[in-house]
Write a protein that binds this ligand. Structure first.
Ligand SMILES: [Zn+2]
Length: 291
């Protein structure tokens, strides 16, 4: 396995970006009563994920939800000490475009400060719950810049029932706002005919056969781009309780969970990854400024 891994990394030396949206299985459940009485299970998925990343010597960016961080302070510390980058995934896991700018500012600042204190380092990377920076909530980028976030990875250039700006350029870009500059690193897509197909991870990673994911990664590489890969720890926890959800949420949450671990092992074996901040420092900021 070692030589295979070495060979494939030589053949495909583009470093992709590994990200994790760190939330417990219930943080994205709309029903408040379910959330209030839910069993905390973050450690199950996180231990599998951290072990796999250690085995393949991969570091990633962990976007912590404020709620998940205060419920699991020792895991925040463990992730930081393992050398991963620590980012922010908001406080409440509600859609940004349903919030007022004032509420977004208050709860993002609260999440940033809480996570930074638990991790013992500044937090400058942000990803919105449900990729919910859309054309209705682009104002959020200015607030993020004002809160000293240096980069954001919340825009998905696709059409989806819950998120997406289909016309957004699918490559990293510098966004100038009245409060300063922020770098937007959109989630990855593959252009097929006139449509952008999501190739980034999450439910798409579970739903596609691994051969499709691998072909998608190669297609993105051929364009000279990196895949911004994302995963949630609960996708690796096979025993989180079933709760009533609408059919779309059910697919997003439960479908093909049994395949996640094996697919993750294969993608870590076949491709090379780094945290967002490390790649940005090296290259993306330079290229954004040049173009
Ligand atoms: Zn999330």
């Amino acid at each position: 396995m070692k030589s295979l891994q070495h060979k494939s990394q030589l053949e495909h030396n583009i470093q992709h970006i590994f990200t994790v949206d760190v939330e417990d299985w219930y943080h994205g459940v709309a029903d408040e009563q379910i959330r209030a009485s839910a069993e905390q299970r973050l450690h199950y998925g996180m231990s599998i994920l951290l072990e796999l990343l250690a085995e393949f010597n991969v570091k990633g960016t962990f976007f912590w939800l404020g709620h998940a961080a205060v419920e699991n302070p020792s895991i925040v510390k463990q992730v930081a000490e393992a050398g991963h980058e620590i980012g922010c995934h908001g406080w409440s896991h509600e859609l940004v475009y349903t919030m007022s700018p004032q509420r977004f500012r208050e709860e993002t600042k609260r999440a940033r400060d809480t996570i930074a204190e638990l991790a013992g380092r500044p937090v400058i990377a942000y990803r919105a719950p449900y990729f919910s920076i859309t054309s209705k909530s682009l104002w959020a980028l200015e607030i993020l810049a004002d809160l000293n976030f240096q980069y954001d990875s919340s825009i998905f250039p696709v059409r989806n029932w819950r998120y997406g700006i289909p016309s957004y350029e699918p490559h990293p870009q510098e966004v100038k706002t009245p409060s300063g500059t922020i770098y937007e690193i959109p989630a990855s897509v593959r252009r097929v005919f006139k449509y952008n197909i999501p190739v980034s991870g999450g439910a798409y990673f579970r739903l596609y056969p691994y051969s499709v994911t691998r072909a998608n990664f190669r297609a993105v590489e051929q364009k000279g781009r990196r895949v911004i890969f994302y995963i949630h720890p609960w996708e690796l926890d096979l025993n989180h309780p079933p709760v009533p959800l609408n059919w779309k949420e059910r697919i997003t949450h439960y479908m093909n969970r049994r395949s996640t671990k094996t697919k993750l092992q294969r993608v870590l074996q076949d491709f090379s990854f780094a945290p967002l901040g490390e790649v940005l420092e090296k290259e993306i900021i330079h290229n954004c400024k040049r173009t």
